[in-house]
Design a protein around this ligand. Structure first.
Ligand code: URA
Length: 192
């Protein structure tokens, strides 16, 4: 439903449902294919994302792109879509507050309804706790897929965490390889 996503983006552009709407430079709605079956969800825009209006374009985004390329994915292809729990930058890159993510979640839910993804990859604790399990612990549960309502969810390390702790990079790579295996299992490797 490509048009539905463009329409939703247009509606979201004027959102002032929480105080982050007042301090944003740009709304960071999401990027990728409106027919993607794999959705990556981060936490919220950082400085570069706020300036450019696109998710994961700063240093952690470069690392995300590298992991994607290792399993033959890229953000301009037809297979993936990238979004965040909150669409506006929290000041000083703090964690989004509960009221902010509550206010923003309806937009993400609508994106999910349009995409109907088969797989949702949660990048980091904030997304995994919000979408998978409030007690999710990345170090303990990363890379494990669970099915909920016809969607396979997996949580992995946030790329910014990997930049701080390089020792976790090989676990993150294994998670991306597990994603590739899950894509094969679900017949998502063919075409585009
Ligand atoms: N970190 C996130 O969680 N999302 C972005 O878009 C950028 C950095």
């Amino acid at each position: 439903m490509p048009d539905a996503m463009a329409l939703l983006h247009a509606q979201c552009s004027s959102c002032q449902n929480c105080p982050l709407g007042k301090t944003r430079t740009n709304l960071v709605f999401g990027v990728g294919s409106p027919t993607a079956k794999i959705l990556f969800v981060g936490e919220g825009p950082g400085e570069q994302e706020d300036l450019q209006g696109e998710p994961f374009v700063g240093k952690s985004g470069q690392l995300l792109d590298k992991y994607l390329s290792l399993i033959d994915l890229d953000r301009s292809g037809s297979k993936i879509y990238i979004a965040n729990i909150v669409k506006c930058r929290p000041p000083h890159n703090r964690d989004p507050q509960l009221e902010e993510s509550e206010a923003c979640m309806p937009w993400l839910r609508k994106q999910v309804r349009i995409l109907r993804p088969r797989i949702i990859v949660c990048l980091g604790r904030i997304a995994a706790q919000r979408l998978m399990d409030p007690d999710f612990r990345v170090t303990r549960e990363h890379g494990q897929f669970r099915e909920k309502g016809g969607i396979w969810f997996m949580g992995t390390f946030h790329p910014a965490a990997l930049l701080r702790n390089a020792a976790q990079k090989k676990d993150a790579l294994a998670d991306f390889q597990a994603l590739r295996d899950k894509m094969a299992q679900l017949n998502l490797l063919d075409g585009g």
